[in-house]
Design a binder for this molecule. Structure first.
Ligand SMILES: [Zn+2]
Length: 337
């Protein structure tokens, strides 16, 4: 994993900024609450300085004080605080420390000093990979998926209408995300241009990134022509791709977009095969999008790859009218309206 030290420092600075932001937010909340519910201010005072006074008092009254009692006392005070917050319509944890990542408390490292998944994600982001996909994630996600591009009319050659088919695939993609941590699945999206293959792959990427998984998105030409051949030959990639290279094998999800658009040779086929094997051995998921059918894949890449795909990938075949074409049509209609 090669990350320039300046890049590492940038990431650590991000964490500092997040922590600072949350601290400010918490202070603002505290001020707000103290004004609205003065009892809470009293409770807080009791919790900090008050606890010392309480202790003195207890000692003076001759009670034998144990730390357990003190703790119990604090616990009761905290419960009271939560109760007061709830009663006033606030979430009970409104005054608890705020963390973007609860796992590492926004430090990047968990309690065993292991890198947190959010840190890994930030590293990948730095290393170009995400920067490509990142731009799309705001607009291309499950929430923005538009089913109206898929016709409800059934064609003779297909058992389902494009609409029924995409509904089914869409929900299976959501299941893929839901089950991601418990079972390793792979997906290949096949179908002609503009039927939503890459879009769905990005929907999955977005949800998995949001839940702190490492996702790497690369086009098949970039991966099979530019990166893997250099890696295999033991050559050096430029620094940008260098850091990326371990993630080709280690990212929890690799999306290889547009298989079939690369310049295919016996060599790229071997590389594709070993890539799929390697990722399977490491129990990491792969998503492929391609205009090829499984039959085409067999013709183009051979039996071994096609049967590997058939045995370990969900094959989602998408069909319908080219969405890019439909979008243009809609735009023209809008203009003329
Ligand atoms: Zn974290």
């Amino acid at each position: 994993m090669t990350l320039k030290s300046s890049q590492y420092l940038e990431i650590m600075k991000e964490y500092d900024e997040i922590q600072l932001l949350h601290k400010k937010e918490l202070n603002a909340r505290q001020e707000e609450i103290y004004k609205k519910i003065p009892e809470i201010k009293q409770l807080d005072q009791e919790l900090s300085t008050g606890s010392i006074a309480k202790m003195k008092e207890l000692i003076l009254s001759g009670d034998s004080i144990t730390s357990r009692q003190m703790k119990e006392n604090n616990r009761i005070l905290r419960e009271k605080k939560k109760e007061l917050l709830s009663r006033n319509g606030y979430p009970a944890d409104y005054l608890e420390p705020i963390f973007t990542c609860k796992l590492c408390k926004d430090t990047g490292y968990d309690e065993n000093q292991k890198k947190c998944s959010c840190l890994n994600q930030k590293i990948i982001k730095k290393l170009y990979a995400q920067s490509y996909i990142q731009r799309f994630l705001e607009t291309e996600n499950f929430g923005s998926f538009d089913f109206t591009y898929y016709s409800k009319e059934k064609e003779e050659k297909f058992p389902f209408s494009p609409y029924e088919n995409i509904q089914n695939v869409y929900h299976k993609c959501k299941d893929f995300v839901r089950d991601f941590d418990t079972c390793t699945n792979n997906i290949i999206f096949t179908g002609s241009t503009g039927v939503g293959k890459t879009f769905l792959a990005k929907c999955i990427a977005k949800d998995l990134l949001d839940s702190g998984h490492t996702v790497l998105y690369l086009s098949a030409p970039k991966l099979l022509e530019q990166i893997l051949p250099i890696l295999k030959k033991g050559g050096t990639l430029d620094s940008e791709l260098q850091g990326l290279s371990s993630y080709i094998y280690d990212a929890q999800l690799l999306i290889m977009d547009d298989l079939g658009t690369e310049y295919t040779t016996a060599y790229t086929i071997t590389m594709l095969q070993s890539l799929l094997n390697e990722r399977r051995l490491r129990n990491h998921a792969t998503i492929i999008t391609t205009n090829y059918s499984i039959h085409d894949i067999k013709e183009q890449y051979g039996e071994r790859i096609s049967s590997r795909i058939l045995e370990s990938f969900h094959v989602f075949f998408l069909y319908g009218q080219d969405i890019r074409y439909q979008k243009r049509e809609r735009q023209i209609k809008q203009k003329n309206a």
